[in-house]
Design a binder for this molecule. Structure first.
Ligand code: CU
Ligand code: ZN
Length: 216
């Protein structure tokens, strides 16, 4: 029994020693040493950071790609209409593809334009100003040789009040600050057909309005 007791004591002592000694010893533990060098190695990459910084400059092409390529625009009712709608603007080769979807619209053809001011605050949407016309052209339908850049033609609305219109606005862009950019302007849906006449197609009131690029 004594031996056993002694052994247990020894064992306990040994454990205690191991525990005590263990603490100090782990410090020199080899694993820790390599671990520290490792962090230092990562620190070395820091010098490479300048290179990375240099890349962003050369990669200015990347920021260009990051520019808004597609903009989703909700279209809100104006002039006491029941219109609901949305438009998608996407940069494509040579222009901007515009896809407009509406519901609650009057049956038949109704005009859709990009107007120059991204302000839909007025109840009649007159706050959006005139047709976007950076080139000082006469008004026209999409197939006209000369037209306002914002002239997008007509939406064909079905009997159920829904309609979809897709068109590529040639010469337009979605580049911030560009002289041909649709960003920051407004898309307007009218109550009547754009007949192509001067000065603005005789399309009547503005029943829908959305600011292009307002939130993105
Ligand atoms: Cu208009
Ligand atoms: Zn026009």
């Amino acid at each position: 029994m004594k031996p056993a007791h002694s052994l247990s004591l020894l064992a306990s002592f040994a454990l205690a020693v191991a525990a005590c000694g263990g603490s100090p010893e782990p410090a020199p533990a080899v694993p820790d040493v390599p671990a520290q060098p490792a962090p230092e190695t990562p620190a070395a990459p820091a010098p490479t950071a300048p290179e990375a910084a240099a890349n962003p400059e050369g990669g200015s092409a990347a920021p260009a790609a990051a520019a808004p390529v597609t903009v989703e625009v909700p279209i809100e009712a104006r002039t006491n209409s029941k219109l609901k709608g949305s438009a998608t603007f996407a940069e494509v080769d040579g222009g901007v593809k515009v896809t407009v979807n509406v519901s609650g619209a009057p049956k038949g053809k109704i005009a859709v334009h990009v107007h120059e001011t991204g302000d839909c605050s007025a109840p009649d949407a007159k706050s959006a100003g005139a047709h976007y016309n950076p080139d000082n052209h006469p008004h026209g339908l999409p197939d006209a040789s000369a037209r306002h850049l914002g002239d997008l033609g007509n939406i064909e609305v079905k009997a159920d009040g829904t309609g979809t219109h897709e068109i590529v606005a040639k010469g337009a862009s979605l580049k911030q600050g560009a002289p041909n950019s649709f960003l920051g302007r407004a898309i307007i849906v009218h109550e009547k057909q754009d007949d192509g006449s001067q000065p603005a197609g005789n399309a009547g009131g503005r029943i829908g309005c959305g600011v292009i690029g307002q939130s993105k």
